[in-house]
Design a protein around this ligand. Sequence first.
Ligand code: GLN
Length: 290
Amino acid sequence: MTLQTALAQGAKLLNEAGVAVPRLTAEVLLAHALRQERIYLVAHANDELTELAWIHYGRYLHEKIRGKPTQYITRRQEFYGRDFYVAPGVLIPRPETELLVEAVLNRTQPGARILDIGTGSGCIAITVAKESDARVYTTDISATALSIAQRNATTHGAIVQLTRADLASAFPDQCFDIVISNPPYIPEADRKNLAKEVRDHEPASALFAGADGLDIYRRLIPEALRVLKPGGLLALEFGVNQSESVTQLLSAWHAIEILPDLSQIPRIALALRPHRSHPPSVPSFSYDIR
Ligand code: GLN
């Protein structure tokens, strides 16, 4: 069987199974079975498929039809121009998150110390480390995530300090210039409406955050207040319809900016840490309680 025929058959199977963009998906899976880039298929359309490639291809098609995200089959996702290794156990990086990274890169001072909370594949921390001269630290509560992030850091030659910890708990007060995070933010109530591919395959711990999706922000924002230097920047991604609630949770912060994603949905919050972390409890004297 030629590559061309294999492609046509694969696309037909995917199409019948209701998979979106069947032809492109078949191309991606066939290229992966051949351990080649997709462009290879064009020049080699009339080559014969080897027995081994055929076995791989058949398995990938089967996995895809059963609902596995393509990126977990090919084990890769591009993010900010780099290929990241991904596997079940980490969230597949999304294009919205590139905007979060870009917003931070535009506001990074030379030599800044940056903490990425909940690194998953490491896409945020590694990109920031490669695109700036910042000293980048990152945490995740999941050992699987940390080992995947480490693998990506090594592949890209990025210097990132990875720590297994809940949020910023491993770090002392006021030691960062910037805290960045794309935490889990989907409300439990939305679980049933989520695409099956996402719900059944991506890690629940990377997706959901309590009844209203705000549980992590409720803990993360005070933690960021603690570890940021006065005037430091907090940059957060949030979900659909969460702009107001997140702004409210940031009410003690300064210079709040909300940025939209490519679909014009409010998606990113930026805020500066106030110089005082709490209002003085007795309003008669003004103390510097830093
Ligand atoms: N920081 C990682 C990403 O943006 C993981 C995020 C998560 O698991 N919620 O892809």
